[in-house]
Design a protein around this ligand. Structure first.
Ligand SMILES: C[S@@+](CC[C@H](N)C(=O)[O-])C[C@H]1O[C@@H](n2cnc3c(N)ncnc32)[C@H](O)[C@@H]1O
Length: 230
């Protein structure tokens, strides 16, 4: 019988620091999808034993990386190395502490970096799966149209149109994907941005987008998407 992780509990996150993004609806939209689509044999349709490296970009509390680390205990064919990165020192400290608390003996590889800028060259061409729940809302401007930005805003401020940070990620990501086999990038977008404009940019960059799930929260739909090579 194929072992399914649908009933698997969410990782327990004991630490959330003030300026670190707490696990939220968008986080669980991602985790709940993987709970349905990962089993002993397949990772969302890809052979699970072909997945050697996974990156959780913008890890925050570390919850998504910890989720992958946790399910390795239950699925013997899932042996992927897990990487987690963030631009924020506080997020890296928080995620490291959460990993220690669950006692994974430092198995997650943490990298403090603005997107891929500080990634070591030996990680180029290596990731089979990348997850990025990016800052995805448009920046706020004052009356004179100057963009207002504080340090903790990197949790949600995706730039003027809401997807500048994500587009910069996509420009850099191609060097770090394992192009020897099929790869997937999972990300969250929001209906409070111009999604048709984002889709045009994705096509120009050579990606095919699939919408996997949506949730309506307050004033917007948050959308879980998956990118693959066009
Ligand atoms: C919406 S939060 C997601 C946090 C966590 N992955 C989750 O789903 O709960 C966005 C995260 O991206 C990080 N981030 C923002 N800009 C970044 C950049 N340029 N490079 C790396 N991480 C970035 C933020 O610090 C924050 O932790």
């Amino acid at each position: 019988m194929v072992k399914n992780i649908n009933s698997f509990p969410d990782p327990s996150i004991l630490y959330t620091f003030d300026e670190v993004y707490p696990p939220s609806d968008d986080t669980y939209l991602i985790i709940d999808y993987f709970k349905k689509e990962i089993n002993e044999n397949f990772f969302d349709g890809l052979p699970i034993n072909s997945i050697k490296k996974i990156l959780d970009m913008g890890t925050g509390t570390g919850i998504i990386a910890l989720f992958f680390q946790e399910i390795k205990k239950y699925l013997s064919n899932f042996t992927s190395k897990i990487y987690a990165s963030d631009i924020s020192d506080a997020a890296i400290r928080c995620a490291t502490l959460n990993e220690k608390t669950i006692n994974y003996k430092n198995n997650i590889n943490f990298i403090k970096s603005d997107l891929f800028r500080k990634f070591p060259p030996n990680l180029q061409q290596s990731f089979d799966i990348i997850v990025f729940n990016p800052p995805y809302l448009p920046s706020i401007s004052d009356k004179e149209n100057n963009i207002i930005r504080r340090r903790s805003d990197s949790n949600w401020d995706g730039g003027e149109r809401g997807f500048e940070v994500f587009l910069e990620f996509l420009r850099q990501v191609k060097d770090f994907l394992n192009s020897e086999q099929k790869y997937y990038i999972y990300y969250i977008s929001s209906s409070s941005t111009d999604l048709s404009e984002l889709n045009e940019e994705l096509e120009i960059l050579g990606f095919q987008n699939s919408v996997l799930n949506k949730r309506h929260i307050f004033f917007e739909d948050i959308i879980l998407n998956r990118l693959e090579e066009l």
